[in-house]
Ligand binder design. Structure first.
Ligand code: HEC
Length: 226
């Protein structure tokens, strides 16, 4: 096996030293000029410390994607994952989760991932970012964008008959009519989060007082002067 150290381009470090005029007794640069250059360089580093030009982490020798690398037999820097590797973050073999339908093609009626407060909070964030621009923060189709969509304005999501979580998931995954797919923006888990949040949002818009916790009921009654 060839040794990795051989590849380290120390010439780059040497070049930068020569640039400042250090380490080279025959440098034509007078000392005062050298000091000036050094000062200017330090100021530049301080001003843009994050740039790839000065950041040593960026400049360190490393295997870049698609680059050639003589260390491996196939000459590529990128390695093939072992056969059968499954990405941990991606769901597979569960069409209920990845496609919103069962193996025999029926749309799922229940959210197939764990419904937690965290999921609903993710759903709210993602809905507000990706869906509310058209469907409105309440999902009622009232948004500035909607007023400009004359061809087919985004519908009020509380007025649709079939809005099972599986259907919402499929609409977000595949798109629907004039609406685009949101699969590139949202992972399957996030699309379920949106479906779960929309369910909560829909309930919140037609909730009866009896559905609220007792202390909230009391507070609301007081506010209404009852
Ligand atoms: C660019 C505007 C826009 C955005 C953003 C948008 N939608 Fe829509 N949506 C529409 C329009 C327009 C329709 C009606 C499409 C049609 O009937 O051709 C629609 C329809 C729907 C429907 C109804 C499908 C049915 O059965 O009638 C659902 C559910 C829906 N959107 C959910 C979402 C969700 C969830 C998001 C966020 C991930 C989202 N939309 C983002 C414009 C948008």
């Amino acid at each position: 096996m060839k040794r990795l150290e051989k590849q380290l381009p120390t010439t780059e470090a040497r070049r930068s030293r020569r640039f400042f005029g250090f380490g080279n007794p025959f440098s034509p640069c007078p000392p005062c000029l050298r000091g000036g250059i050094l000062l200017l360089s330090l100021l530049a580093v301080a001003a843009c410390g994050d740039t790839t030009l000065f950041d040593p982490m960026e400049r360190q020798p490393k295997a870049k994607p698609f680059a050639a690398n003589a260390q491996f037999d196939d000459g590529r820097a990128m390695r093939q994952p072992p056969a059968g590797t499954v990405p941990r973050e991606r769901q597979t073999m569960r069409p209920e989760i990845t496609e919103g339908k069962t193996r025999d093609g029926k749309v799922v009626n229940e959210i197939p991932v764990a419904i937690t407060l965290e999921l609903l909070e993710t759903g709210r964030t993602k809905f507000d970012i990706h869906c509310a621009v058209c469907h409105g923060l309440l999902g009622d189709g009232v948004s500035p964008v909607a007023t400009q969509m004359s061809l087919r304005p985004p519908p009020n999501l509380h007025k649709l008959r079939d809005l099972s979580p599986g259907h919402v998931f499929q609409v977000a995954t595949l798109g629907f009519g004039l609406m685009a797919s949101y699969a590139p923006e949202l992972t399957a888990q996030e699309r379920w989060a949106v479906a779960a949040y929309l369910e909560a949002l829909r309930r919140s818009q037609s909730a009866t007082l009896a559905m609220a916790p007792l202390d909230v009921q009391k507070k609301l009654r007081e506010e209404a002067g009852q």
